[in-house]
Structures are given as C-alpha cells and as structure tokens.
Write a protein that binds this ligand. Structure first.
Ligand code: 5GP
Ligand code: ZN
Length: 133
C-alpha cells in the first residue's frame, strides 16, 4: 500500500483539513510555505494521466474550496497549484495529488521560474507536431 493510501486509511496520521467520499485534503508534511496542502483522491491512481476525469474534476472542486479557505484564514498574496507527473518532474509519491502552495513573498521557500527561450524555430516545429490530427 502506498503512503497516501495509508494516510487515507488512517494507518499513518496526517492533518486532514477536508474530506468527502472521493477526495481528501491534508497538510503536506514538508510545509514548503505555511498552509502547503495536498489534495488527493481517496482511491489509488498512480498519477494525473491514470486518474478518471470525473475524479480529477472532484479534486479540482475541492482544490478551489481549500484554496478559498487558506486565502481567508492565512491571507497569502497568491498561490501555485501544481501536480508533478513523473519522476523527472519531481513526483515522489505515485498516488495522484495536487499541491496547493500559498505564496507570501518572492523570497519564500519556493522558486518557479519560466526562463524565456525565444526560440521561434522550436515554437514552429512543436506547433506542427502537436497540431497534427
Ligand atoms: P510529490 O513530490 O510526489 O509531488 O509530492 C509528494 C509530497 O508528499 C511531498 O511534498 C512530501 O512532503 C509529501 N509527503 C510525503 N510523505 C508524507 C506524509 O507521510 N505525510 C504528509 N502529510 N505528506 C507527505
Ligand atoms: Zn495510494
């Protein structure tokens, strides 16, 4: 059984801040920023691609509820919502989940930077590949 399945079954304790039949929201043990939360499906799916769209919709619905609650009570200046898909992207627990990361200032513990590439040739090539039916 994976670590999040153990959390769902209460074999491992966690701070559950929201729960319904399908979805659970828990505080991430690492608290990258204050209020860092994980929203996960109660049923085990390995990742985003493995998860049925109906369940993803429920995860998104709960993510919005939880984001609102964090916003009202902790007053961050913004949020990053993200799901790491695959080891190369930093996924360390193979059970579908979304991170809700409140942001308080640009010098907090999280850095997400898009470095602009300006490679027009890459843009055109990629567009060709992905637009193909
Ligand atoms: P990933 O790296 O897969 O995107 O995210 C997994 C997250 O799960 C990490 O941010 C990590 O801190 C969190 N995590 C790992 N083990 C536990 C645990 O036992 N309890 C809680 N609450 N979070 C955990
Ligand atoms: Zn699991």
């Amino acid at each position: 059984m994976c670590i999040f399945c153990k959390i769902v079954s209460r074999e491992i304790p966690s701070h559950i801040i929201y729960e319904d039949d399908t979805v659970m929201a828990i505080l991430d043990i690492s608290q990258v920023t204050k209020g860092h939360t994980l929203v996960l499906s109660k049923k085990h799916y390995d990742d985003f691609m493995d998860c049925p769209v109906e369940t993803l919709a429920k995860i998104m619905n709960v993510s919005q509820i939880v984001t609102q609650r964090i916003n009202d009570r902790l007053h961050p200046r913004g949020f990053n919502l993200l799901s790491n898909l695959g080891e190369a992207a930093g996924q360390s627990v193979d059970h579908v989940h979304f991170h809700i990361i409140p942001r308080y200032n640009e010098n907090d513990e999280l850095t997400i930077t898009f470095h602009p590439s300006n490679r027009n040739e890459r843009l055109e090539d990629t567009a060709k590949i992905l637009k193909e039916k």
